[in-house]
Design a protein around this ligand. Sequence first.
Ligand code: LAN
Length: 730
Amino acid sequence: KPPIDDAHSLPRKPRIGQKTDHTRWRIKDDDSNHTWHYLEDDEAAKEWPQSYAEKYFLNLPLDLPELPRPDNPLDAAKNGIDFFGKLQMPSGHWACEYGGPMFLLAGIVACWYATKTPIPSEYATEIKNYLTARANPDDGGWGLHIEGESTVFGTSLNYMTLRLVGVDPEEPVMVKARGTLHRLGGAVNAPHWSKFWMAVLGVVDWKIVNPVPPELWLLPDWFPIHPWKWWIHIRQVFLPMGYIYSKKWTCEETDIIRGLKEEMFVQPYAEIDWAGHRNSIHPGDNYHPKSFIMNCLNWLLVNVWNAYLRTNYIKEKAEAWVSQLVDMEDANTDFADLAPVNAPMNTIVCYIRDGSESYTFKRHIERLEEFLWVKDEGMLCNGTNGVQCWDTAFFIQAVFEAGLQDDERYHPMLLKSLHYLERQQIRENCKDQEKCYRQTRKGGWPFSNRDQGYGVSDCISEALKAIILLQKVGSFPQVLEDRRIFDAVDTLLLYQNDNGALSSYEARRAGQWMEIFNVAEVFGNIMVEYDYPECTTACVTALSLFQTHWPDYRRDEIKNFIKRATNWIKTNQRIDGSWYGSWGICFTYATMFALESMASIGETYKDSYISRRGCEFLLSKQREDGGWSESYKACETMQYHEHPMGSLVVQTAWALIGLMEADYPNKEPLRKGIKFIMGRQQANGEWLQEAIEGVFNKSCMISYPNYKFTFTIKALGMFARKYPEERISL
Ligand code: LAN
């Protein structure tokens, strides 16, 4: 029987073992809502054998035979497809770990703890294993993301997480992490979001948390800083945060929380001047220092507004409206929510408001499971509820690039993925979309799956391309009638900004000046939507492909859209010929997309100055061994940086795709790059994980493990189609 923690009637402290039996973990794939399950029972485990995908994610032996050694790129691509095809999930998509950020798991665990949700022992064990494996080897702390240096943000949140799942404060991992936390000045130096979670748990006083006034939502819509104009991720986080802040809600105190109060600070707890530390932050955490105006505003909010002016009437009105907007977000996503930051916060709102027995709270708790992922290192929290539509669309396109779509071997796999994407198209707009400030979404595709239900400009584009290829170029049945393709196009056309560029979830609603009100400290460029070359180019290539098959549908609008978008892409090129990427690392990623979009309007190396400069940029970064090697440092510094690991397969594939899209005429550099990719392929067709591939908000890295399959296969396939006779022996 698990021990009972004093202040709670529920069994709180899970047993923590050394490790769980990895052969007992399974993923339930409920049309791509995935949850991991630990099968204690031998019979159950036998009846539900582990799939290749599960074994692969857990790094268990797959016992696959060696494939015939390829002597040309097409055979290498086929070996890659054979391997990756085995990882297709039952519902037809590809899944994977989507880790990297080190501030997400804490929100989920804090939410479980604050709401007295029991934490299963196997979760506790694997969370401990993951965080132990990912503690920085030199100082035992954690950073903003897995490759980052220790910060107060990462260290305070993950220290707390370990304690909440039941790890003893005297364990070596805790002692070392605590040393680092103290060296960085203790938890008073944490950034806003960490202070928020500590306040919810009662580890700090709410006075240390900078204001999150829900009253902002009562401002009239025309008001320049009204939150409806913010980037969706910020507005959906500040929404529930505002509710909880307004209530100053704190969970029941327990021994563990009393312990944290002793352990996380360098000062004696009773002497801490909470209000005085509202703006304390360690320099290493302060990526975006708060503006002077924001600091003044915070001062006024605390000392004037909250102290004298905020009446109960306003408070209640603001809470009621925010609570309604939280409900609308929950209804629009069936409680899946946008991402793992707002999901645990919405859960707490429902817990405070509706109680522990309510449907809203219980449904949230169920859906939080979908953010968790298990791998050989342990249990982590993914950046979203998955990568389903995005990676599936890229893989389909890669098979087409290789011209292998009609190969019988791949037909069932592709058909399944077509049906999958068909089911994931968003079919309805949000109810009362204007009221909850949502953009039209009907016909779009999300990054993850339909339940999450947020269309993204480039996710719509990539899925649309994959479907057009399957239905129009390949010999697959038409499962989406034309009307549904038109719905996607109609929605996509609404995303363009006034300057021709495209953003991510919505068209831009306010200017960059809104960063004056960025209070998160750890991220840059989060307050509004920006123009992204990747998103812009994806829409251009999708609409170009669409027009070749339906030349008459909204012809002039689409032509105009493409013209304005490509003009913007041209102006966004940097002096060295590159484009700066915001979602992948970094110049190589964006330059690949940009060259592809230039090619889609007929501008390639031989006749376009833009395309030629892009190619020259890429060529200037090719290394001796034929590969490319850009590091995440490039995203932070906005300068090209090489990765200390040397050439990397994903970077190499991106650069080669860019060059081949631009129809770069000289075979040799391409051949060298292809040889490098083939040289890194394993005998069973796979490639091994190398450096992290993705990024967001300039400072936070995130893994895209499937890129090492989708883009390598695409590059090999493109080369094979360009030079069908070419042999490359290793
Ligand atoms: C993602 C993942 C996918 C990504 C692409 C489709 C690749 C991109 O081209 C557009 C933006 C998008 C959809 C995107 C936006 C921000 C996300 C959702 C993430 C990087 C994954 C995690 C991140 C989210 C913001 C994490 C939570 C953190 C907060 C600051 C709220």
